[in-house]
Ligand binder design. Structure first.
Ligand SMILES: Cc1cc2nc3c(=O)[nH]c(=O)nc-3n(C[C@H](O)[C@H](O)[C@H](O)COP(=O)(O)O)c2cc1C
Length: 340
C-alpha cells in the first residue's frame, strides 16, 4: 500500500483528494458525505462581498419603503424584528462553524471581495471562526484598459501581503491562468506571503443567443481534458516554488488524474465537477484508483512521486515548451487529401 499522506498549506492531509469550493460544500450534510467518502479537506464556497452588500441594500430599501409612506411606521417593527436576521456574512460564519463541528478534516474558507478593506475584514472573521486556512478567490476579468498587467499583478500581490499579515492562518490564492507572465506572477505572490497557489480559477464564459441577442450565463461542468492547463503550469511552477503548496483544480475526475497532478508537482488535487456528476461518494472510488495506480507503480508515498515529472530537470522551461510546440504541430498526420 502506498502512503497517501500529503501536506498542504502546512496541514497534514490523509490523502491528496480535496473537495473544492462549490455547491457540494454549501451544505453540512453533503460535506459529511464527502468526508465519509474520504475527502481529506473541504474548501467552502466563496463568500462574495457583492452578495452581502446586495442583501444589506435590499433590507435597507425594505425598511425605508415603509418609513417613507408612514413616518411613524418604523414603530410598527417590534424591537427584535431583526434580531434573528442573518446577513450572508453571518450565515457564512455559522456555516463554517457548523462544518468545523461536523467533520474532523481541515476546513478552508474561501473569500472573494471587491474592496481591500472587505478582503481583510472577511479574512479575519473566517480565521477567528476557526477556518484552518483561507483561499483567496482572485477572480477578475482584466477589462479595464487603463490598468496594465503589471499594475494588476502589483495590486493583487499587495492584497495578499495585507491579508496574510492580518491573519494567523495560511493563505492560498486561487489564481487565474491569464496573468501575462504567469511564472513571474506566481513568484511575486509567493513573495507576498501566499502559502499556496490553486491552479486555476475557472473563468465562466457567457454565450450569446444570436436570435434574441441575449447573453446567456451558463456554468458548464469541466471536462477531463481541461486538466492539461493546470498540469503544464504546475510542472513549470513546482521547481520554481519548492516551498509553496500547489493545488490542481479543473478536470480532475479519476485516480489517474490525481496521479498526473501529483507527478507534475501538485500537493493536492481538488474536485467539484466530477462530484457533482457522480455524487460525493465518487471520492472513495478516486482514492482506490489512486491507491491501485501508486501501488502498481511501486511508489511508497505521495512524497516520493510528487514532482517526478515536473520541469525540475529543464533549465529553460520556455525553450522546452517552444520545442514541444513545434514538434506537436509537425507530428500531426494530415488525413488523405485525395478525392474519392
Ligand atoms: C456550480 C459551481 C460553483 C462554484 N463555486 C465556486 C466558489 O464559490 N468559489 C470558488 O473559488 N470556486 C467555485 N467553483 C469552482 C470550483 O471550485 C473549481 O475550481 C472548478 O469547478 C474547476 O474544478 P472541477 O473541474 O473539479 O469542477 C464553482 C464551480 C461550480 C461548478
Amino acid at each position: 500500500m502506498t502512503d497517501l499522506t500529503t501536506k498542504y498549506l502546512g496541514l497534514t492531509l490523509r490523502t491528496p483528494i480535496v473537495a473544492s469550493a462549490g455547491p457540494l460544500t454549501r451544505e453540512v450534510d453533503l460535506i459529511r458525505r464527502l468526508v465519509d467518502a474520504g475527502a481529506s479537506a473541504i474548501v467552502l464556497p466563496s463568500l462574495f462581498e457583492e452578495e452581502i452588500i446586495h442583501e444589506e441594500v435590499q433590507l435597507d430599501a425594505a425598511v425605508e419603503a415603509g418609513t417613507n409612506r408612514f413616518a411613524e411606521s418604523i414603530d410598527y417593527f417590534p424591537n427584535d424584528v431583526f434580531a434573528d436576521y442573518e446577513n450572508p456574512l453571518d450565515r457564512y460564519i455559522s456555516h463554517l462553524e457548523a462544518v468545523r463541528d461536523a467533520v474532523d478534516v481541515p476546513v478552508i474558507a474561501s473569500i472573494n471581495a471587491a474592496s481591500a478593506g472587505a478582503w481583510t475584514k472577511y479574512a479575519r472573521l473566517v480565521a477567528d471562526a476557526g477556518a484552518d486556512a483561507i483561499e483567496l478567490n482572485l477572480y477578475h476579468v482584466a477589462a479595464d484598459p487603463t490598468r496594465s498587467g503589471h499594475d494588476i499583478e502589483n495590486s493583487d500581490a499587495a492584497l495578499i501581503t495585507q491579508i496574510s499579515k492580518s491573519v494567523g492562518i495560511p493563505v492560498a490564492v486561487k489564481i487565474s491562468p491569464f496573468y501575462s507572465s504567469l511564472a513571474h506572477t506566481a513568484l511575486a505572490f509567493a513573495d507576498a506571503g501566499a502559502a499556496g497557489l490553486v491552479c486555476f480559477n475557472r473563468f465562466y464564459q457567457p454565450d450569446l443567443d444570436p436570435d434574441t441577442r441575449e447573453v446567456i450565463s451558463c456554468v458548464d461542468l469541466s471536462e477531463q481534458w481541461e486538466l492539461r492547463l493546470p498540469l503544464r503550469w504546475i510542472a513549470i511552477l513546482r521547481p520554481l516554488l519548492p516551498e509553496v503548496s500547489l493545488a490542481a483544480t479543473t478536470g480532475i475526475s479519476t485516480g489517474r488524474d490525481v496521479a498526473k497532478a501529483l507527478l507534475v508537482g501538485a500537493d493536492v488535487a481538488m474536485m467539484t465537477s466530477a462530484l457533482l456528476r457522480h455524487g460525493p461518494e465518487h471520492i472513495a472510488q478516486v482514492e482506490s484508483e489512486l491507491q491501485e495506480w501508486a501501488t502498481e507503480h511501486e511508489y511508497d508515498s505521495v512524497y516520493q512521486l510528487r514532482g517526478s515529472v515536473s520541469h525540475a530537470s529543464t533549465d529553460n522551461p520556455a525553450a522546452f515548451e517552444r520545442a514541444n510546440y513545434m514538434k506537436i504541430l509537425q507530428s500531426y498526420a494530415t488525413p488523405s487529401t485525395e478525392r474519392s
